[in-house]
Design a protein around this ligand. Structure first.
Ligand SMILES: Cc1cc2nc3c(=O)[nH]c(=O)nc-3n(C[C@H](O)[C@H](O)[C@H](O)COP(=O)(O)OP(=O)(O)OC[C@H]3O[C@@H](n4cnc5c(N)ncnc54)[C@H](O)[C@@H]3O)c2cc1C
Length: 476
């Protein structure tokens, strides 16, 4: 069988691409989807989680440990290699990127511009938000041609004071955790998002499973794609390991949606000699902060992360110092002083980074296992952190502040894997073109957050899902 398209992976990048591809393709098209993991339905995950909590079973599937070599164990890269990928364990935060995120070089003289603009991608962001039933506010710091499908989540008492002061620069967080029942249950606000107990957050299983019931698709599990077969500059199929056996599958086009570590690794295993392939591995850097409030009980939010603040995002200082996105966290935490238990606000300060060429994915001695070399984040992040600390008292002045405590230690991971197959206008500057097609292998789509030339301070999944819709739409 020679398939018209072979798709690797079954998470956001692959499934959003497939959805659009199938909408536009004739009945005769034949698509093969290869997934390295298994399908573990939500109900079984819940049952396993209960048994694990009781010590009756160990961890069975869905772990990234051992899937890659890491030169820097202090820096983990987290993903869930199974059907639906990280959609099973993600938190569901979906603020959009700002228009400036697409043109950092032009506006601030740092990083590089994307080969597409916010306006190019905007219709596809709307479509991705519709598919995921995103809850969000009417006013946002970025332009929207369509309102969010679901009403916003309730913010907390402290959020309300900041919302009043900053208007569209402090908003109820746009999220795939449903604010009211409809396509999914409403968020139960129990802060167990890595395995939502009530299936309120969007997953591939609860939102796009039907894509895989299309008769044009053949889906094979436990099949890890290792490399691409290349002949005459085009890819003719993929080499994979399926339950211990080496197999080759033929296809006229391939769409890689295996995440930024594995997409790059598959390309490197296939002789991709682009100097950028595997480089610029990056992610945001997060720091927690706690605000002790004077006499204000900070209650009332309806989900785990209630708000996003953009007050330190697009400042002129972004030429030297990373943009900061503020998150207001509403998972249970209290102060220890009697009578002041609820007079606290927990914030996370999330900084963009300028991708560094030295942070990269390479091959290892084992064809199945990528090696990750991460030297660390750049000075640009440190400058953003210092700037945030100097400005935070002023930024939070609408609150009755008793004390602001900022954690000096960055979180080990923001659980985002970005930048190893960057988009660019030409092969000299990146790996794939603006439609996510490989600059050399012109029948290979390289999907997902690896495509980001710069990474924004905002969570990546809404944008990478929109890019998959854009890419599949543009090939027709
Ligand atoms: C705990 C956690 C919380 C997160 N929260 C958020 C959030 O709130 N907001 C946000 O925007 N992002 C969040 N993220 C990040 C988000 O999950 C990712 O950006 C997103 O899942 C990337 O989608 P993807 O399809 O590119 O890759 P993945 O979700 O990593 O999926 C890759 C798929 O490819 C398969 N695969 C991998 N290698 C191979 C191979 N060689 N052969 C065949 N199949 C393969 C995998 O099994 C999987 O199905 C979170 C991540 C984690 C881990």
């Amino acid at each position: 069988m020679n398939y018209d398209l072979i798709v690797v992976g079954t998470s956001f990048a692959s499934t959003f691409f497939l959805k659009k591809y199938l909408e536009k393709s004739p009945d005769s098209v034949k698509v093969l989807v290869l997934e390295r993991g298994k399908f573990e339905p939500h109900a079984e995950r819940i049952s396993r989680a209960k048994k694990m909590a009781l010590g009756e079973v160990g961890f069975i599937s869905g772990t990234s440990s051992g899937a890659y070599e890491n030169n820097n164990p202090a820096k983990p890269w987290i993903f869930d290699p199974s059907f639906g990928g990280n959609s099973n364990c993600w938190t569901g935060c979906t603020p959009r990127f700002m228009p400036s995120d697409f043109e950092l070089k032009t506006r601030f003289g740092v990083g590089i511009d994307w080969p597409i603009s916010y306006a190019d991608l905007e219709p596809y962001m709307c479509e991705a938000e519709e598919i995921m039933s995103i809850a969000g506010p009417a006013n946002t710091p970025y332009p929207m041609s369509r309102p969010y499908p679901l009403p916003p989540h309730q913010v907390t008492a402290a959020d309300k004071l900041l919302e009043k002061r900053y208007a569209e620069y402090y908003i109820s967080q746009p999220t795939a955790r449903a604010s009211k029942p409809g396509a999914r249950n409403a968020c139960c606000n129990s802060s167990i998002c890595h395995l939502c107990p009530v299936s309120a957050k969007f997953t591939i299983e609860n939102g796009l499973h039907d894509v895989y019931k299309d008769p044009r698709i053949t889906l094979q599990f436990e099949t890890q794609v290792l490399s691409l077969d290349v002949a005459g500059g085009l890819v003719t199929g993929v080499n994979a390991e399926q339950r211990g056996e080496q197999i080759t599958l033929k296809g006229s086009a391939v769409a890689l949606g295996a995440n930024a570590i594995f997409n790059a690794h598959i390309l490197l295993n296939s002789g991709d000699d682009n100097t950028h392939t595997g480089r610029h591995l990056s992610e945001q850097v997060g720091y927690y902060g706690y605000v002790h409030l004077d006499g204000l009980d900070n209650v009332g939010g309806s989900t785990i992360i209630t708000a996003n603040g953009f007050m330190l995002y697009d400042l002129p200082s972004r030429k030297d110092a990373a943009a900061c996105l503020i998150e207001s966290h509403n998972d249970p935490y209290v102060r220890s002083e009697h009578g002041k238990w609820r007079q606290i606000m927990k914030l996370k300060f999330v900084f963009e980074d300028i991708p560094q060429a030295g942070n990269r994915v390479t091959t290892s001695s084992d064809l199945r296992t990528p090696r990750v070399e991460y030297e660390g984040h750049s000075q640009y992040v440190n400058n953003g952190y210092t700037l945030m600390k100097s400005k935070i008292a002023e930024v939070l002045s609408p609150l009755p502040v008793e004390e602001i405590l900022i954690d000096e230690n960055a979180q080990a991971s923001e659980a985002h894997i970005l930048g190893t197959t960057r988009m660019s206008m030409s092969k000299a500057d990146g790996v794939i073109d603006k439609h996510l097609i490989h600059h050399t292998f012109r029948n290979v789509f390289v999907l997902g957050g690896g495509s980001f030339p710069t990474i924004s301070a905002a969570n990546p999944t809404l944008t990478l899902s929109a890019l998959s819709l854009w890419s599949a739409d543009k090939i027709f």
